[in-house]
Design a protein around this ligand. Sequence first.
Ligand SMILES: [Fe+2]
Ligand SMILES: [Fe+2]
Length: 163
Amino acid sequence: MYSNSEFLKICDDILSNSDFNKLKFCKHHGITRYEHSLRVAYYTYKFTKKFHFNYVDCTRAALLHDFFTDEVNNLGGFKRLVEHPKYALINSKKYYELTSVQEDIIIKHMFPITLIPPKYIESYIVDFIDDVASIYERIHSTGVQLSGAFNALIVLITGIFIK
Ligand SMILES: [Fe+2]
Ligand SMILES: [Fe+2]
């Protein structure tokens, strides 16, 4: 699903960054943080291109939205949810020039858990896509059988992006 050459070209320098590749060793929703980030970036690419946003900037920010490794390991569960976007932004800015939209996408992707709302529609889009991807990954990694309307809704939403 990630063989789209334009998508790979947009992500190329990030995917070859050795620090970013450390995400391959971080567990995240039953898979790796690298796989999760790639999924969020790909869904973002498909969606934002289709609806004529600046899909290059959005895709790159989506790929970077969880760019952290062990910085939050000593924090409790809730604090970890709140704090990790800050580390993702710090790490991203070490390597890349970010636009204000990209910064907002990364730092606000846990809204409403983090209370300050996004400034841009693009941030809401990536926030939502991150949620959809996370639900999809949790279902697939746990093998939990969800039935009825909820399952149908998830399949519908994820199906839209995967096609
Ligand atoms: Fe995150
Ligand atoms: Fe995420």
